[in-house]
Design a binder for this molecule. Structure first.
Ligand code: T3D
Length: 263
């Protein structure tokens, strides 16, 4: 599908979304937000799509907000960044989190600012060995957004999260893996292949079940243990009604590989 700032390709159950402003390290503009919102709507409506793979074109994954849209002359009105989050970044993060399928992120290069936190909000994150993550916000007087103040301390703990957010230091992909910030660091030349293989594997799995796992994990960060037990009961009830669960049990009993339909 053709967009000005991104590419969307749908094949074999996988939607591959590529941020595509490589000369500006795929930094975000209003147009890119609009393109992404439209692409995500297409993905949600397409019943053949069972996994989303997000990546970037060129040498970077995403450098966050395009700062050339933020430079103002002294005395000019300053942009309302709260409005920018409300209208564009927050809906994007909510869309990714609410997407009823696994979201894989293949971080092909530097992920800075909102770019880092969008990557970290995905369900499974792979990164090229040469990639890095930078909470760049503090370098220009901002606070981490795109869910970063929620996501990062949960992934790596408050001590590391606050130092990274206040210092804006670069974290290499190897360090990110060692800290549990991402799932896996892979050699640069292997990234695209590994990410496609992972997405294809997820797309052949019980999609409804995976979406319910995603929902349970999201709720676990705020629920007490008791409430989480209740939620597991409710979600397991839904999982138990899916055709894929029936197929999983039948295949196990028949000693054959299951064929899941994502229903
Ligand atoms: O504003 C709101 O709506 C609120 C929301 C904010 C969310 C945010 O994301 S705020 C944080 C914004 N991002 C940054 O502060 C990161 C800025 N970029 C960098 O610090 C560095 O570019 C990197 C560390 C990411 C990479 O460094 P390096 O040395 O590998 O590349 P480079 O040479 O700096 O960048 C390459 C080109 O991309 C360069 O353009 P040129 O000179 O070749 O024409 C550079 O200007 C451009 N570029 C990189 N990041 C941005 C950008 N252009 C616009 N906006 C950017 N964020």
């Amino acid at each position: 599908m053709t967009y000005e700032t991104i590419q969307l390709a749908i094949a074999d159950g996988v939607a591959t979304l590529t941020l595509n402003r490589p000369d500006k390290l795929n930094s975000f503009t209003v147009q890119m937000h609009a393109d992404l919102a439209d692409a995500l709507k297409t993905i949600r409506r397409d019943e053949t799509v069972r996994c989303l793979l997000l990546t970037g074109a060129g040498r970077g994954f995403c450098a966050g907000q395009d700062l050339s849209d933020r430079a103002v002359a002294p005395g000019d009105a300053v942009p309302d960044l709260g409005e920018s989050l409300e209208a564009r970044y927050n809906p994007l993060l909510r869309s990714l989190k609410a997407l009823e399928m696994p979201v894989v992120c293949a971080v092909n290069g530097v992920a800075a600012g909102a770019g880092a936190n969008i990557a970290l909000a995905c369900d499974i994150v792979l990164a090229a060995r040469s990639a890095s993550f930078i909470q760049a916000f503090c370098r220009i007087g901002l606070i981490p957004d795109s869910g970063g103040t929620w996501t990062l301390p949960r992934l790596i703990g408050p001590a590391r999260a606050s130092a990274l957010m206040m210092l804006g230091d670069k974290v290499t992909a190897e360090q990110a893996e060692a800290w549990g910030m991402i799932w896996k660091c892979v050699d640069d030349e292997a990234l695209a292949g590994e990410a496609q293989a992972l997405a294809a594997r997820l797309a052949a799995m019980p999609t409804r079940g995976l979406a319910l796992i995603k929902r349970a994990l999201a709720a676990s960060s705020t629920n007490a243990f008791d409430a989480q037990l209740d939620l597991e009961r409710d979600l397991q009830r839904l999982a138990g009604r899916t055709a894929d669960y029936q197929e999983g049990v039948r295949a196990f009993m028949d000693k054959r590989q299951p064929v899941f339909q994502g229903r």
